[in-house]
Design a protein around this ligand. Structure first.
Ligand SMILES: Nc1nc2c(ncn2[C@@H]2O[C@H](COP(=O)(O)OP(=O)(O)OP(=O)(O)O)[C@@H](O)[C@H]2O)c(=O)[nH]1
Ligand SMILES: [Mg+2]
Length: 470
């Protein structure tokens, strides 16, 4: 059994958690999800992928709190059970755990049960066991035997149901069978549709079963919750910045109609929007530490760091639920003419002179160049509303994927649909206000301190994060 350092109080000791279960149930996937990393271990849809015990440590602000041990899958629980029962029959050892200890220390390297012995050794060295279950499987005899053997260790066991998506009936059957083992503190933890709430529930279950570690685990929960919230906020702020940058962007164009100049202006606008979205995608993947492998696992429609579907491609409107008749076939357009507003008054070419006459010095200082340009007949062109809506909805959907990262192959979730993402209320008002502030395109102290800007940013960030608290 694990020998704890006698000078260290248990409340300070690292908690050792063994992740055990039948082979191919998602043990390594679960640990990757908890570590938020694809680097740990090897995952394959095959039995016997993990061959040795591997360890990872979870810390709260450089303070190591718990060790997670990935173990090889139990393959032959029947043989193991027969072996242990034989030993039990002939042994004079009184405690069941001593039988396990005896087995673990006496198995030779070439014994067919060596794989199982590695698991048992780790079980004996750990404080708590996470028993991972593939709920798609019925409660076969082999699982019953595994549980009987693990129970001999007298360690607390938290059964963790995996592959739960779409398997409610099987899940209920498993719960019933486990109740017969007095295991009620079960947990659902789908490594695909992972959410931070599920992770929190896992630590809370550990807290109830391991009272002396309560405050250490609380430290871990608080720390990870704080990290999680910061991540959410940074991601949402980055998206708000993209919307602001694109909505504030404007091209000036001469009033007289010139097809070539018009199309060049449109190209510049397209280019600006694409590049801005590209930078945002890059930043978001970096914020959430998503590698190319993660992008593939989550089936995010991104290749080589770029969106597979161009923001102006035909069909994109439909993909994001913006089927707006004939426009849907054309894709998002690019530019839309905007009217400059001065002090709440439209400054269209016709009324420019009238507006000028009534404008005071401060208005002139703020809008001087634009007023002059308007008088000369210059028009302003901004990214049109459809483009902005697509940008918003696509990033919102991406943020959701990033927040629900999992580290297992995924076959149950349809990820190419935007899941009915909604635009913020007052969207038109927000965008209208941004269009009147070309200087907000870039971050600056005056912009960031401007209450109107702060209000718009808070609204965008708030609605982006809304869906995560649900
Ligand atoms: N759909 C789905 N697939 C999952 C889930 N968890 C794991 N997988 C897949 O299941 C397979 C096995 O996952 P592993 O994490 O290697 O399983 P393991 O228990 O560590 O396997 P061994 O090391 O061989 O005992 C992989 O193909 C995973 O991508 C899940 O929650 N949902
Ligand atoms: Mg494994």
């Amino acid at each position: 059994m694990i020998v704890k350092n006698p000078h260290r109080p248990v409340a300070d000791a690292l908690l050792n958690v063994a992740v055990v279960g039948h082979t191919n149930t998602g043990k390594t996937s679960l640990i990757r999800t908890m570590l938020r990393s694809t680097e740990f271990g090897v995952i394959e849809d095959a039995a016997g992928t993990t061959r040795h015990v591997e360890q990872a440590t979870l810390s709260a602000d450089h303070d190591p709190i718990l060790n997670l041990y990935d173990t090889p899958g139990l393959e032959d629980s029947r043989a193991l059970s027969v072996h242990i029962k034989k030993q039990q029959a002939k042994s004079k050892l009184s405690l069941p755990v001593q039988i396990l200890e005896q087995f673990a220390t006496h198995v030779s390297v070439d014994d067919p049960l060596e794989q199982e012995a590695k698991v048992v050794r780790q079980v004996l060295r750990s404080d708590i066991l996470l028993y991972i279950i593939d709920v798609r499987e019925p409660f076969l005899e082999k699982y019953q035997l595994e549980l009987e053997i693990l129970t001999l260790s007298a360690k607390p066991i938290i059964p963790v149901f995996n592959f739960i998506a779409g398997h409610n009936r099987e899940l209920a059957a498993w719960r019933e069978r486990l109740a017969a083992f007095h295991m009620h503190a079960t947990l659902e933890f789908d490594t695909v549709a992972f959410s931070f709430e599920a992770e929190k529930r896992l630590y809370r279950k550990m807290q109830t079963l391991l009272e002396p570690y309560h405050s250490r685990l609380q430290k871990l929960i608080d720390y990870r919750a704080q990290l999680w919230n910061q991540l959410c906020l940074s991601g949402a702020k980055r998206i708000a910045e993209l919307i602001v940058t694109v909505a504030c962007y404007r091209e000036s164009k001469a009033a007289q109609h010139n097809a070539i100049a018009q199309s060049l202006a449109e190209d510049r606008l397209h280019d600006f929007v694409r590049k801005a979205e590209q930078r945002c995608l890059h930043d978001l993947l970096a914020i959430f530490n998503f590698s190319t492998a993660d992008v593939e696992i989550q089936k995010i429609p991104v290749s080589n760091g770029q969106w597979q579907l161009d923001i102006f491609a035909p069909g994109i409107l439909k993909a994001y639920g913006l089927d707006v008749g004939s426009a849907a076939a054309k894709g998002a357009a690019a530019g839309v003419g905007i009217d400059l507003m001065v002090g709440g008054m439209s400054l269209g070419a016709a009324s420019a002179l009238g507006a000028l006459a009534g404008a005071g010095w401060s208005t002139f200082k703020r809008y001087g160049d634009e007023i002059k340009a308007t008088v000369k007949g210059t028009k302003w062109q901004c990214a049109d509303d459809t483009t902005l809506q697509i940008l918003y909805l696509r990033q919102k959907h991406l943020l959701k994927k990033l927040m629900h990262r999992g580290h297992a192959a995924q076959d149950t979730l349809n990820v190419d649909q935007a899941d009915g993402e909604k635009l913020p209320e007052n969207w038109n008002k927000l965008i209208g206000a941004l269009r009147q502030h070309p200087a907000w395109r870039e971050p600056s102290v005056s912009r960031n301190n401007n209450p109107q800007f702060q209000g718009i940013e808070a609204k965008l960030v708030g609605t982006l994060l809304d869906s995560y608290s649900r």
